[in-house]
Design a protein around this ligand. Sequence first.
Ligand code: FES
Length: 118
Amino acid sequence: MEEFEDDDLTWHKVPAKIDESRNYVKALHVAGKKLCLISEGGVLSVTSSRCPHAGADLTHGWCEEGKLICPFHRHRFDIETGKGDEKQHNFIRVYPLKKENGEFFVGIKRSLWDKIFG
Ligand code: FES
C-alpha cells in the first residue's frame, strides 16, 4: 500500500474505490485499523469505528442529517467534527482525508513508537 509522511501524520492510500455520488457507511481497513468511511450528501468522512458509549461497531450504523447513528443505542455523532450530541458527552475521532491525482489518502497520526523507530 502506498503511503507517505507529513509532519505527525502518515498518509495511507485508501484501498477501496470511493463513490462520492452515493450515500453509505462502510468499513475501511487502513494501516491495520478498521475505520468507518461515510459518504453522505456530498460529504466524505473517515472516523473511528468503535462507539465510545459501549463499543458497538459504527460501520453498521447509518446517517441522518449529517450525523452518524450508532446501531446499538442510537448515539449520534457529527460526521465532520466527530462531536456527539450534547447530552452524550462523547465523541468519535475524525481522520483527515485528502484527494491527490484522483486518489484518496487518510492521515493517521504516527505513534511515539513510529517516531522513534520508524
Ligand atoms: S454502543 Fe453506541 S450508543 Fe451505545
